[in-house]
Design a protein around this ligand. Structure first.
Ligand code: SF4
Length: 450
C-alpha cells in the first residue's frame, strides 16, 4: 500500500467498527468536557498559553546550549547522560545497560516511538508496563491508540475478559475490582524490580532535573524503588529554567486529564546517596527532531507537551481512533509530527478537516492547521494541475472564462462524477454544480457596471 493510501485505507476499516466509534465518542467527550470546565476557571488561561508557547520557542531557538547545560548539571549531580541519534542507537544504549530479565516501566511516548519494548524483548528482557491503560494494551498484545489513554478503544467488559484470562481469574467488571487486580499484579513487580525505565515530561537545563507527571502513582514507584533508573528523553523536552515548570504544571493537567492538578509530579536530579536509584542514566534522543527543527513552519510541532487535548476535540480522531494513523503519535499532533519525524506517513496531513479545534485547545498554541497545510505539498504528479489552477485563479479574465466553461460542462454532463484521474476525488463526494449566475453577473444585472 502506498503512503498516500495508508490512512484512508486504515480509516475505512475503523469507520465500519460501530463499537469502536461509540467507545471513542464517549471517552473523548467526557475528557474534553472536563477540560472545558477546568480551563474556564483560569482567568489568565490565554496569557498562560502564550507564555507556554514563548518558553518552548525560546528553548528550541537555543536547544544546543540548553542541552549542553542540562548534560553538565545532570552529570555533576551523578547521572550519566547518553546521546542517541536514532531509535536503533537509543534501544542499543538502553539494552546494554540492562543485565536483568525484567524491568518496570513508566508510561512513555518516547520509548514507544523508538520501539524499546520490542528491542528489549529481542534481548530477552521483559518490560512490564505499569500504567493501568498501558498494562491493558500490553496484556492484549495490542498497541496504544491515544497519547494519554492508551486503552481508550477498550470498554469495561473487554478489560474484564482480558484480566480474567491473564492476571485475575474470576474478576468482575466493577472498575474498582479491575483496578485492584492490576494493583496486586503490579505491586509484586515493583518490589522485585532492580531496573526502572521512564520517559520525562520535562528536562530542566538550569538544574539537570527530569520531571514526570502522572496520575496513578505507578510512576513514583518506578522512579524510586529500583536500584537503576534509565530515562529516555526526546531532546525537545528541554525547558530553560526550573521556574518554567510553574507555567507547564498549570497548563498540562487541565489540558490532559481535565484536572486542576495531577496527583503525582516527580522531579529528580541525578543521584541522591542512600535514597532512590543509585545509578541514574539519561538517554537523550534525536530520532528526526533536528530535521524537524530545520523547518521554520513545521518545527512548532516540537513544542508539544503531549497533553492529548487536540485528539479529544478532533472529529477525525473521534471516528477512526489512533491505530488508523499507523504511528505512535496519532490525532492532529500525530498528523504533523509523524510525517516530519519519519519522512513518511505522507497521507496523515490530509487526515483533517482543518476545522481548527486542535489549535483552539492546544495549551502551547501550536498552529496545527497551518502546519497541516504546509505539509500538504502536492505530489509531483499533481503539481502541473495545481500550477494550472493557480494560473487561472490569479487572472480574473481566465477565471471568468473558466466559470463559463464549467457551467457549460455541467449542463452538457449532468453526472456528478468526473472521469479518471479526477474520479478519485468524486468517488467520495458529489461534484458541486456551479451556480447558473455568478455574484458578479448578478451585480451587473441588478446594479449595472460600476
Ligand atoms: S499539539 Fe498541543 S493539544 Fe495536541 S497534544 Fe501537543 S500540546 Fe496537546
Amino acid at each position: 500500500m502506498s503512503q498516500a493510501e495508508a490512512f484512508p485505507k486504515a480509516a475505512e476499516g475503523k469507520l465500519a467498527d460501530t463499537r469502536l466509534r461509540a467507545t471513542l465518542r464517549g471517552a473523548t467527550h467526557t475528557i474534553r468536557d472536563r477540560r472545558t470546565a477546568v480551563v474556564a476557571e483560569v482567568g489568565d488561561w490565554e496569557d498562560l498559553r502564550e507564555l507556554g508557547r514563548t518558553v518552548k520557542e525560546e528553548a528550541l531557538a537555543d536547544l544546543g546550549s540548553l542541552l549542553a547545560r542540562f548534560e553538565e548539571r545532570a552529570t555533576a549531580a551523578g547521572a550519566t547522560v547518553h546521546w542517541a541519534r536514532d531509535a536503533a542507537e537509543a534501544c542499543r544504549i538502553v539494552a546494554d545497560l540492562i543485565t536483568v530479565t525484567e524491568v518496570v516501566k513508566v508510561k512513555s511516548m518516547a520509548t514507544q516511538e523508538i520501539g524499546l519494548n520490542e528491542a528489549l524483548a529481542a534481548r530477552g528482557v521483559h518490560a512490564v508496563e505499569t500504567d493501568l491503560a498501558e498494562l491493558i494494551v500490553q496484556l492484549a498484545d495490542d498497541k496504544p491508540s491515544h497519547l494519554l489513554v492508551p486503552a481508550i478503544h477498550y470498554n469495561r467488559s473487554q478489560i474484564r475478559d482480558l484480566f480474567d484470562a491473564s492476571i485475575a481469574a474470576g474478576v468482575d467488571d466493577d472498575p474498582a475490582a479491575l483496578a485492584e487486580a492490576a494493583r496486586l499484579h503490579l505491586r509484586e513487580r515493583f518490589l522485585t524490580a532492580s531496573v526502572g525505565v521512564s520517559g520525562a515530561n520535562f528536562a530542566i537545563a538550569e538544574t539537570g532535573s527530569l520531571v514526570v507527571v502522572e496520575s496513578e502513582g505507578n510512576g513514583r514507584m518506578c522512579l524510586t524503588l529500583p536500584d537503576t533508573l534509565i530515562s529516555v528523553v526526546g531532546i525537545e523536552k528541554i525547558v530553560p529554567r526550573f521556574a518554567d515548570l510553574g507555567v507547564f504544571l498549570r497548563l498540562l493537567p487541565r489540558s490532559s486529564t481535565g484536572e486542576r492538578m495531577n496527583p503525582y509530579t516527580s522531579i529528580w536530579t541525578g543521584v541522591t546517596p542512600g535514597d532512590g536509584p543509585q545509578a541514574v542514566h539519561i538517554v537523550l534522543v534525536d530520532n528526526g527532531r533536528t530535521r524537524v527543527l530545520r523547518d521554520p513552519v513545521g518545527r512548532q510541532a516540537l513544542h508539544c507537551i503531549r497533553c492529548s487535548a487536540c485528539l479529544n476535540v478532533c472529529p477525525v480522531y473521534e471516528r477512526v481512533g489512533g491505530h488508523a494513523y499507523g504511528h505512535t503519535y496519532s490525532g492532529p499532533i500525530g498528523a504533523i509530527l509523524a510525517p516530519q519525524l519519519t519522512g513518511g506517513h505522507r497521507s496523515l496531513p490530509f487526515a483533517s478537516t482543518l476545522c481548527g479545534a486542535c489549535y483552539e485547545v492546544c495549551p502551547v498554541k501550536i498552529n496545527i492547521p497551518e502546519v497541516l497545510v504546509h505539509l500538504r505539498e502536492p505530489p509531483p504528479a499533481e503539481q502541473p494541475v495545481m500550477g494550472a489552477v493557480s494560473a487561472v485563479l490569479s487572472r480574473p479574465r481566465w477565471y471568468r472564462a473558466g466559470l463559463r466553461l464549467a457551467r457549460w460542462f455541467a449542463a452538457m454532463a449532468p453526472a456528478r462524477r468526473l472521469p479518471w484521474p479526477l474520479s478519485r476525488w468524486t468517488a467520495v463526494r458529489d461534484l458541486p454544480r456551479p451556480e447558473q449566475e455568478t455574484f458578479r453577473d448578478w451585480w451587473t444585472r441588478t446594479h449595472g457596471r460600476t
